[in-house]
Design a binder for this molecule. Structure first.
Ligand SMILES: *Cc1c(COP(=O)(O)O)cnc(C)c1O
Length: 238
């Protein structure tokens, strides 16, 4: 049996309760840091959880779901049977670019010029425009994908020159570290990089996708506009 064939372990009410509590927490952090709560989207990350998890998110009214593997996501999109905005948040191999372009509303993990070129060609054959975020490894974590901050200008230039891609902002995954100041630094670096790139290329980059279950507070305080939450909504992944 494939993982997605298992039934979801929590009832909808438990999910809804967790989502409400998360929204309250986001509101509190926003209020304390002088931000407007409407500026921070809550994305439900459904990876490793069954298609029903996306159904819960849709029923509750969350704006989007995130998946980190193309094949796993396509399976779920077919099963979920609900209108949802699916976004790719995991590493994208070039040979899966066509599938990704066909199935996702946005790709948050664009991290190299070669992938930009590939996505542009796939968008041309699908005759679509693709919203993207550029993934930057501002925490310099050897275990994470993403362009380095130094590579970011070349990557952005390539993406801005790709007529079918619409660059909406930047994404990062902070290094896993019990010391919260490590994540905070990675998030602040992404915001500062965004500010520099906006100036240099005279282009708006409003979206900062940063923050997960464990580093939500730091991310919002440093300017996140999209937090990607899995475990706090669906429980731990095995
Ligand atoms: C899994 C994942 C998340 C969610 O992580 P949690 O700690 O479960 O909230 C967020 N972003 C990316 C890129 C992920 O792969």
């Amino acid at each position: 049996m494939k993982k997605e064939d298992f039934l979801i372990r929590i009832p909808y009410d438990t999910f809804a309760d967790r989502a409400r509590r998360l929204e309250n927490r986001i509101r509190e952090i926003c209020a304390a840091s002088g931000r407007s709560p409407g500026d921070v989207k809550l994305m439900a990350v459904t990876k490793t959880h069954p298609a029903e998890a996306a159904g819960y998110a849709a029923r509750y009214g969350l704006p989007c779901v995130g998946e980190n593997r193309v094949r796993e996501a396509i399976d779920k999109i077919a099963r979920a049977g609900c209108h949802m905005r699916w976004e790719l948040i995991g590493h994208l191999q070039s040979n899966k670019a066509a599938l990704a372009v066909r199935h996702f509303a946005r790709i948050q993990s664009v991290d190299r010029p070669k992938l930009v070129a590939r996505l542009q060609r796939c968008c041309e054959s699908e005759d679509r425009t693709l919203p993207v975020l550029l993934q930057v490894n501002t925490g310099n974590d050897a275990e994470k994908f993403g362009a380095t901050a130094e590579e970011a200008p070349v990557l952005l230039e390539a993406a801005l020159n790709a007529s079918r891609l619409k660059v909406e902002g930047l994404m990062t995954i902070a290094p896993f570290d019990p010391d919260p100041s490590v994540a905070r630094r990675a998030f602040a670096s992404l915001r500062e990089l965004r500010d520099r790139l906006q100036d240099r290329f005279a282009t708006p980059l409003p979206e900062l996708s940063m923050g997960m279950t464990g580093d939500l507070r730091e991310a919002i305080e440093e300017g996140s506009t999209c937090v990607r939450v899995g475990s706090a909504l669906f429980g731990p992944r095995e």
